[in-house]
Design a protein around this ligand. Structure first.
Ligand SMILES: C[S@@+](CC[C@H](N)C(=O)[O-])C[C@H]1O[C@@H](n2cnc3c(N)ncnc32)[C@H](O)[C@@H]1O
Length: 218
């Protein structure tokens, strides 16, 4: 089935916008020179307004790059979006158990929209970036590589209680901890993320206000 999209230009910001019928929005800003700093030049917004970005590993905090991940480690990323960490570690390490991802956005939908953007031939400078994000979607969607739990974080934990106490490494970079903190309900997402750690597991959580590293599930 051929998807229908609406394209528009955001004249203030100079972004090309692509909308699907369900309210997914892909924004593409075409800079003169794509540099590593311009990691937000392509991003999605979900119908609920949450942005889906694609951080590259060399822009993560040093906390994450300093962890030496082993093939035996059980890894989880929460709110990975289109980020590079999971595809990156999968290229480097042959894991005993595939990493788990908890992410609420629809990778199939985002892949189709990126593919549509590629076919628009917007600018040769942006095409390799779009193609790289399509490849990341393919990794997240590959059940042989990734255990993708395609639900909001709290639902994912409620539906999969076996995740508690399981992980050696839990990573949340501007993910559920930033967007779904539920202080009004009396708990914080990072508190629940700590409960997913194995006894010596490490949680790396990063948002614009803080980066923290927690060892152990206490
Ligand atoms: C700003 S993006 C960050 C993506 C990536 N970690 C990065 O650093 O570029 C936020 C991501 O968190 C996801 N997210 C937000 N709240 C979530 C929740 N409650 N459960 C699962 N994913 C969530 C969004 O869908 C989005 O992909």
């Amino acid at each position: 089935m051929i998807e229908e999209y609406i394209t528009d230009i955001d004249a203030d910001e100079g972004n090309l916008l692509i909308f699907d019928k369900t309210g997914y929005k892909l924004s593409i800003n075409i800079p003169d020179n794509i540099t590593r700093e311009n990691v937000y030049d392509i991003w999605f917004n979900l119908p609920c307004g949450i942005p889906v970005t694609h951080r590259e590993v060399d822009t993560y905090s040093s906390e994450l790059s300093e962890i030496k991940i082993k093939a035996t480690d059980k890894c989880l990323e929460v709110g990975s979006g289109l980020a590079e960490w999971i595809p990156y570690i999968l290229e480097k390490i042959e894991f005993d158990e595939r990493p788990t991802v908890i992410e609420l956005s629809d990778y199939k939908k985002m892949k189709n929209m990126l593919q549509y953007a590629i076919n628009l031939r917007i600018d040769p400078k942006i095409t390799p970036e779009l193609e790289s994000l399509v490849r990341r979607c393919d990794v997240y969607l590959d059940p042989e590589k990734v255990n993708l739990i395609n639900f909001p974080f709290i639902d994912a934990i409620q539906n999969n209680p076996e995740l508690v106490g399981k992980f050696d490494v839990v990573v949340d970079i501007m993910g559920a901890d930033l967007y779904q903190n539920m202080s009004s309900y009396g708990f914080y997402v990072s508190g629940i993320e700590k409960r997913l750690l194995a006894p010596d597991g490490i949680l790396i959580s990063q948002d614009p206000h803080k980066t923290f590293r927690n060892i152990g599930n206490n």
